[in-house]
Unconditional design. Structure first.
Length: 311
């Protein structure tokens, strides 16, 4: 089991920060909010360097002439914070300012959106380390999925021209329900005790945190600091099965279904004989199968509220 350490620092100086702003995160333009955040950080006396693209972050991270920041502020959604963690190899604490479409992780950790409350969190700067998942060479914080739901994410992002709201996902979801092929997924899973098992289904999920979109929970027993991923496999396919799964998820009864199987895994492989199947991590497209997935214990250093969830 991973030991999750909490570090709290009382500081006279708040140090230096890199401010990463994802300008198209969320469903609306937030440029006014971004300006307010810059003003707040200036008033707090934080030495700040602003970054606006993954390539810029990579270049500055690899530039040995630049001092590393004390922490990085992620202004965006779950995928933005996961990208920052991956590019910085989990070496610098990440302070999330929620500005995405769902902000699943920020809601789960009770990270405030109010400027005054968020400033208090930064002043205290309590850092906790959580596990992360690896999908190939891609870091994810919350979850990974393969199959129907990942196909929806791919379609939405392929058509993206700017900001995304929850409504952008509605039509692709209903459209796909009628014509999705449901290729069979074969999973080879390394279990908690080191043994391996094989299973198959038509949807596959690997959760690090238990929370899902819209506050729903597909694997409510998942813990983000246990060195494991909670794997969920749905074994039925087709229009009516999809409707039934969605209804069970909304009602909170999906965990009791006999056609849903659960595993606690150190790692897993997802394979499809029929060809490549889309993957998504933390709400963003993440390539296609076949893929190796693993967990990185204690990889994520996140700034959390002192009174927030202490998982």
């Amino acid at each position: 089991m991973t030991v999750t350490a909490t570090e709290t620092r009382s500081q006279t100086s708040l140090g230096s920060a890199w401010l990463f702003i994802n300008r198209i995160a969320g469903g609306i333009d937030r440029s006014h909010q971004h300006a307010q955040l810059r003003e707040l950080l200036n008033r707090m006396g934080i030495a700040m360097r602003e970054i606006n693209s993954p390539s810029q972050l990579t270049a500055q991270w690899q530039d040995d002439s630049l001092p590393r920041p004390d922490f990085i502020i992620s202004v965006g959604g779950d995928g933005t914070a996961a990208m920052i963690a991956g590019l910085t190899c989990g070496q610098v604490p990440i302070a999330i300012f929620p500005a995405g479409t769902e902000n699943v992780l920020a809601k789960y950790l009770q990270i405030p959106t109010d400027f005054d409350a968020w400033a208090k969190m930064i002043t205290k700067r309590q850092v906790r380390r959580y596990d992360a998942g690896m999908c190939g060479d891609r870091t994810f914080m919350l979850m990974l999925s393969a199959g129907f739901e990942a196909e929806v994410v791919h379609q939405v992002h392929d058509q993206r021209q700017g900001h995304l709201s929850k409504f952008n996902y509605v039509l692709p979801t209903f459209g796909l329900m009628r014509n999705y092929h449901y290729p069979k997924l074969d999973l080879d899973i390394e279990l908690e005790d080191g043994t391996r098992t094989q299973t198959s289904g038509y949807w596959a999920f690997a959760f690090n945190f238990p929370r899902y979109a819209l506050g729903l929970e597909l694997t409510p027993k998942a813990k983000p600091d246990d060195g494991l991923l909670d794997v969920c496999v749905l074994t039925q396919k087709g229009f009516w099965a999809t409707n039934s799964y969605i209804c069970s998820l909304l009602s909170g009864s999906i965990a009791g279904r006999s056609d849903v199987t659960y595993f606690r895994a150190r790692s897993l492989k997802i394979h499809c004989e029929e060809g490549s199947v889309p993957l998504q991590t933390d709400g963003d497209p993440a390539g296609f199968t076949d893929i190796d997935i693993s967990v990185q214990p204690g990889y994520l250093p996140l700034v959390v509220p002192p009174t927030g969830k202490q998982i």
